[in-house]
Structure formats: structure tokens, C-alpha cells
Design a protein around this ligand. Structure first.
Ligand SMILES: Cc1ncc(COP(=O)(O)O)c(C=O)c1O
Ligand SMILES: N[C@@H](CCCC[NH3+])C(=O)O
Length: 462
């Protein structure tokens, strides 16, 4: 269950009133409930108890160090997709030996960093990537643990932009190609096959696609286990949550029975008989499920605008802070932080960004609001801050973690200075010696790659 409730007319996050948080830390403000995250983690673990699973939290959903630390302290491993995410989990005290590294475009540098950190397994998405991993491992005198990501060509009822298990998507390797790779694997002398993985997409709330994917991939898993000694089967993440009526139902999504959606009992009931007999370590990679309904975005109403055709509520959060509605047309419940009586209105809730798509809710029936009021945008713990940008030169918002009656800032609101960090106007101001002339007369012109300050001088070639 999530821990956001009205007490009287005031919205509370655990035992902390939301309005007080907005006063103290300003808006827009992401607020997370630690109790909700831990509850979701423990519930998932117990629903799959019979498999003794390893949960690898998908860092991309929300990569704040404090959340990573919280999950690591409960024993969670991590699903990573970049060198930056590896850096984050190391900073947060996460264990690379309980973490996997997926993604279709790992660079040789990222592969080297993960090998040196002692990653539990790469999740390989192409033959060419496998070759690079083999080469980097050889150079380091190591053997790289790898899993192959299977694209099982299973569709799922979710947004087209977040389906990843269909043959047309860029992810994974087809079953036929994997069979070919099995034959060639002995030639890769610096990798060992540790597992098989699939991940078919995100915000999926039916069990059938997961079951279908497991069934299709099991024959490949059995070969990996019997011929190559593979030890795990990773069935990815993608479990959906309730966005509709998230507050009223108290439903983090998937746990409680809802006529049209699967429950964890249902999921377990259907998958355990398939997975149990494999006698392998089972890994799951949930992101949204653990943190999605554990976060809200607090925003203040700046202005209202009433036209005969439409009413607008203009708030101080924008699509740069929360891009999901603009990107996917996704629904987020929006409620007042302090309820007032009066007639409900139908309005568009929009942000200040100069795009018509900067709209959190279109023609939404909502409780009456006045300028200065606070609103809470629900179910924004996943893919909220982690997809935020500085578009329109808007500093990214602050983040706060609530635990009971305690609250603490876990990310400072950005300043104008943060907006221009790393930019330079004059020659040599930010990277002395790097500038040059097209004819190669000086500096490192022709490198044809832009370097970050950290990367300069330590590029790993594939
Ligand atoms: C490889 C991988 N694992 C896990 C996830 C987590 O997905 P979700 O947040 O839907 O559980 C993703 C994102 O879809 C992913 O790409
Ligand atoms: N960003 C997407 C989910 C993508 C999952 C990443 N593999 C969302 O907000 O729903």
C-alpha cells in the first residue's frame, strides 16, 4: 500500500503534511515515501519467495542516491544501463556483484568500468557487443560474465514507445540468432555464459505476456544451463502500476485485486510452475513497480485563465520536470494539497514551458483551485525526476525523502549557476588545449568526439 492520505482536508505523506514540505523546500518538489518503497520491495520479494529471487532494481526509474541506498540496505541488487548508473550505485553503496548491466549501446569504456567494478553479469544485446566485451576482458586479463538478452517477439498491452520485446524493437537478440551464438560461444575465450535475460516492456499489467515470454525462452535457458553451466534466468521488469485513482484506492498497482488487472498472486501462480523446475537463480528487474506510486510532484498554481472554450490552471512545474504526459500522453492523478469546498471545474493543467504539449492533464474534472494553491501530481516516483531536463533553462526541482514524520532533502534544487555549469565562452576557458583548427594545426582537432571533463584523457577504444 502507498502512504499518501488526506487527514481532514490536508494531504499527508506518511506522517508529514505535504503543504509544510512545499513551504520548507519550495516548489516544484518531488516527494518520496520511504515506507512505500520498502513496502513494495518486501511485497515483491515475498510474492516470489518460493523462487528465492534476486531483485535488481532498475536504476533508470529513479536514480537518486538516497533511494538507491535505501534499496541496497534491503538487499536489492541493481539493473544498470550506463556507466553513469554504475557510478551512482557505487556511490550509494550498492553491490555490483548483485547487479546486471543491460542496454543496446554499451561503450568499451563502460564495459571496462563494469568489469573492473566486478559486475555480476553483462546482459548482451548483440553479437558485435559480445565481441567487444570479449576483447575488453582479454585486455584486462579477465573473463567477463555475460547473459544473452533474448527478444522473444512477445507483444504486450502497453504504450508503443515502451514495448521492448517485439521483433521490430531494437532490444535483444532473436532466438534463432541465439542458437547460432551458442555454436560460436566456445570461440569467445574471455566470456562465460552466466545467464539468459528478457525484458519485454514497461507498464504491463497482464500476466499473459510474461508467461508467454517465459515459455518461449525456456528452451534457450535449458541449453544455457546444461551446455554452458549458466546459473540464472532474468525475467526483466515491466510490471505496471495503477495510475488511475492512485490516491483513493491506496493501490500501488499490481498488488491489490482489480478486476481488470493481474495480482502478484496471479503472477506468481502462473510463473512459479514454469520457473521453479529450472533450478536456476531467478532475477527480476522492477523499476516503476517499486517507486512509481511512492512519489508525488508538488506544484503551485500560478495563474488561472478562463476562456469560453477552455479553462487553464497554470502551475509552476513544467514538462521539463515531468515529461511523461507530454511524451506518452500518460495519465497522472492531480489533487489539491488542501481540499477546499466548491464546485468542480473542467480545466487543462499546464506548465510554463513554451510548448503546447506542456500539459499535465487535458480537460480534467478537478476540485476547485485558486492561484497560490498547491497541487500534487501522483504516481511520479518513476520516470519523473530521472527524465527531467533543464529545457527552457529551468533549473531542475528538489527532491525530498519522507520517513514517517521525518523528511530530508535528497537533492538540492538547481540554481541558475547549475544551468551554465560546464559552458564556456572564451577560448581555453573550460578545456585548455582541446580547441583546434580544422586543418589540425593545433590542439586535438579531428578527435571528432566531444569529451566531458571526466572523460578527457581516458577514452577506451573498442
Ligand atoms: C533492461 C530493463 N530492465 C528493467 C526495466 C524496468 O522497467 P519497469 O520500470 O517497467 O519495471 C527496464 C525499463 O523498461 C529495462 O530496460
Ligand atoms: N520512461 C517510460 C518507461 C521506460 C522504461 C525504460 N525501459 C515511462 O515513463 O513510462
Amino acid at each position: 500500500m502507498h502512504r499518501f492520505r488526506y487527514q481532514g482536508e490536508a494531504l499527508f505523506v506518511e506522517e508529514t503534511d505535504a503543504a509544510g514540505l512545499a513551504e520548507r523546500y519550495g516548489t516544484p518538489l518531488y516527494v518520496y515515501s520511504a515506507g512505500t518503497i520498502v513496502d513494495h520491495y518486501e511485497r515483491l520479494l515475498s510474492s516470489l519467495r518460493a523462487l528465492n529471487p534476486l531483485i535488481c532494481y532498475a536504476v533508470k526509474a529513479n536514480s537518486n542516491l538516497a533511494l538507491l541506498r535505501l534499496l541496497a540496505s534491503r538487499g536489492s541488487g541493481f539493473d544498470l544501463v550506463s556507466g553513469g548508473e554504475l557510478y551512482r550505485i557505487l556511490r550509494a553503496g550498492g553491490d555490483p556483484a548483485r547487479s546486471t548491466f543491460a542496454g543496446v549501446g554499451k561503450t568499451a569504456q563502460e564495459i571496462k568500468e563494469a568489469l573492473e567494478a566486478g559486475i555480476y553479469s553483462f546482459v548482451v544485446e548483440s553479437r558485435e557487443e559480445l565481441e567487444v566485451i570479449d576483447r575488453v576482458a582479454a585486455r584486462l586479463g579477465k573473463r567477463a560474465p555475460v547473459a544473452l538478452r533474448v527478444n522473444p517477439d512477445v507483444g504486450a498491452r502497453t504504450h508503443a514507445k515502451v514495448k521492448t520485446g517485439v521483433a521490430e524493437s531494437k532490444f535483444g537478440i532473436s532466438p534463432e540468432e541465439i542458437e547460432g551464438l551458442y555454436r560460436q560461444l566456445p570461440h569467445f575465450s574471455h566470456v562465460s555464459l552466466r545467464g539468459i535475460q528478457f525484458h519485454i516492456g514497461s507498464q504491463i499489467r497482464d500476466v499473459e505476456p510474461f508467461e508467454e515470454a517465459v515459455r518461449r525462452v525456456i528452451p534457450l535457458v535449458e541449453i544455457a544451463r546444461d551446455r554452458f553451466g549458466a546459473e540464472f534466468f532474468d525475467i526483466g521488469g515491466g510490471l505496471g502500476i495503477a495510475y488511475e485513482e492512485a490516491l483513493q484506492s491506496g493501490d500501488p498497482g499490481w498488488w491489490e485485486s482489480k478486476a481488470q488487472w493481474a495480482t502478484p498472486a496471479h503472477y506468481a501462480e502462473r510463473l512459479l510452475p514454469l520457473l521453479g523446475p529450472l533450478k536456476l537463480r531467478i532475477i527480476v528487474e522492477p523499476g516503476r513497480l517499486l517507486v512509481g506510486n511512492a512519489g508525488i510532484l508538488l506544484t503551485r498554481v500560478l495563474y488561472r485563465k478562463n476562456r469560453p472554450q477552455k479553462k487553464f490552471v497554470i502551475v509552476d512545474a513544467g514538462m521539463n520536470d515531468l515529461v511523461r504526459p507530454a511524451l506518452y500522453g500518460s495519465f497522472h492523478q492531480i489533487v489539491p494539497v488542501a481540499r477546499r469546498s466548491g464546485e468542480w471545474v473542467e480545466a487543462d493543467v499546464v506548465g510554463p514551458v513554451c510548448e503546447s504539449g506542456d500539459c499535465f492533464a487535458a480537460s480534467r474534472r478537478m476540485a476547485p483551485v485558486e492561484s497560490g494553491d498547491l497541487l500534487a501530481i501522483f504516481s511520479t516516483g518513476a520516470y519523473g525526476f530521472s527524465m527531467a531536463s533543464q529545457y527552457n533553462s529551468r533549473p531542475r526541482p528538489a527532491e525530498v525523502l519522507v520517513d514517517g514524520a521525518n523528511h530530508r532533502l535528497i537533492r538540492l534544487r538547481e540554481s541558475y549557476e547549475d544551468l551554465v555549469r560546464g559552458e564556456g565562452i572564451d577560448e581555453g576557458e573550460i578545456a585548455p588545449g582541446l580547441s583546434g583548427r580544422a586543418d589540425g594545426a593545433s590542439g586535438q582537432a579531428g578527435e571528432n568526439e566531444s569529451l566531458t571533463r571526466d572523460q578527457a584523457g581516458r577514452k577506451e577504444k573498442p
